[in-house]
Design a protein around this ligand. Structure first.
Ligand code: NAP
Length: 262
C-alpha cells in the first residue's frame, strides 16, 4: 500500500483515470490547460464556439496518445451547457463521467463604467457570470452525488482589485469570485473542491476581444516587463488539481513578476 502511494506520487500521469471538462479551450488559457491536463493523463472534453480550433486540439492530443473529445457550444447558452455535460456522460473513452470542470470561457471588455462599450455589457455578464454560474451549479449537483470532484473557476486579478481600465469586466470577475467561494462553502462537506484561479496579465486573444489598444491599455502596462503566457496559468491549475483530496487550494493569484497593479 505504502509502495503504491509512493509510485502514484512519482507518476508523470497524476491525472490518469480522470476526465476533465475545459470550457474556452479553443485559445489561450483554456487551450494550454486542456493540453497540460491531457499530458498529465486526463481524458479531456473541450468546448468553445470555434469547432475548427477544437478539432485541431483533439488531433494534437490524440497524436500524443491522449484522449480528447470536442463539444462545440456557446458558454452563455444554458442548453449548450447541458449538451456539453450530456455528451461528456455519453463519452465511452472518458468513462462516461467527469471529475474536473474548468469554468474558463469568458471575455474581457476595455474600460470602466463611463468608457466601456455598453452594447457589450450583456454579453460579458451572460458569458462570464450567468453561463459560468450555470455550469458550476450543474457540475456541483453532479459532484455532490459522487462525493468528489473539482470545479476550477477562472476569475481575474481585476476581480480582486478593480482598475479603471477594465472596471466593467472586473465587476463580472468579482461576481464569479463571490459565487465560487459561496459554492465552495456549500459543497465542501461533500468532498467537492472549488478553486478560484485569478490570472494577472496573460498574453492571449483576450486583449483583442476586449478592445485593448495602445492608449487604453498597453501604454499603462509597458513598465511591467515580461507578461505571462497561458502556460503559467495551466501549470498552476494542474498543480492544484494534483494535491491530495483533503487539500483544496481555494484561491490562487498568478501574476507576471513585474505586474505591480492591479
Ligand atoms: N488574458 C488575461 O490577461 C486574463 C486575465 C485574467 C483572467 N482572464 C480570464 O481567463 C479566461 C480565458 O481567457 P484567455 O486569456 O485565454 O482569452 P482568449 O485567448 O480570448 O480565450 C477565451 C476562450 O473563451 C472562449 N469563449 C469566449 N466566449 C465564449 C462563449 N460565449 N462561448 C463559448 N466559448 C467562449 C473562446 O472561444 P471561442 O471564441 O472559440 O468561443 C476562447 O476559447 C477568461 O475567462 C478571461 O476572462 C484572462
Amino acid at each position: 500500500m505504502a509502495e503504491q502511494k509512493e509510485s502514484a506520487v512519482k507518476s508523470n500521469k497524476p491525472l490518469s483515470g480522470k476526465t476533465a471538462i475545459v470550457t474556452g479551450a479553443s485559445s489561450g488559457i483554456g487551450r494550454a490547460t486542456a493540453l497540460t491536463l491531457a499530458q498529465a493523463g486526463a481524458a479531456v472534453v473541450i468546448s468553445a464556439r470555434r469547432n475548427d480550433r477544437l478539432s485541431k486540439i483533439v488531433s494534437d492530443i490524440q497524436a500524443k496518445g491522449g484522449k480528447a473529445l470536442a463539444v462545440a457550444g456557446d458558454a452563455s447558452v444554458t442548453s449548450d451547457i447541458d449538451r456539453l455535460l450530456e455528451k461528456t456522460l455519453e463519452w465511452k473513452e472518458g468513462g462516461r463521467k467527469y471529475d474536473i470542470v474548468m469554468v474558463n470561457a469568458g471575455r474581457g471588455l476595455a474600460g470602466g463604467t463611463l468608457t466601456s462599450e455598453q452594447s457589450q455589457w450583456e454579453e460579458v455578464y451572460q458569458t462570464n457570470v450567468i453561463g459560468a454560474s450555470y455550469l458550476m451549479r450543474s457540475a456541483a449537483a453532479y459532484f455532490i452525488k459522487r462525493k468528489k470532484g473539482d470545479i476550477v473557476a477562472v476569475g481575474s486579478v481585476v476581480g480582486r482589485n478593480i482598475s479603471p481600465f477594465s472596471a466593467f469586466y472586473g465587476s463580472s470577475k468579482f461576481a464569479i469570485g463571490a459565487i465560487a467561494e459561496g459554492l465552495r462553502q456549500e459543497v465542501c462537506k461533500y468532498g467537492v473542491r472549488v478553486s478560484l484561479v485569478m490570472p494577472g496579465i496573460v498574453k492571449s486573444e483576450f486583449q483583442k476581444v476586449a478592445g485593448y489598444n495602445e492608449e487604453n491599455f498597453f501604454k499603462g502596462i509597458a513598465h511591467m516587463g515580461r507578461l505571462l503566457g497561458p502556460q503559467a496559468i495551466a501549470d498552476g491549475i494542474c498543480w492544484l488539481l494534483t494535491q491530495p483530496p483533503h487539500v483544496n487550494v481555494s484561491e490562487i493569484i498568478i501574476r507576471p513578476t513585474g505586474q505591480n497593479y492591479p
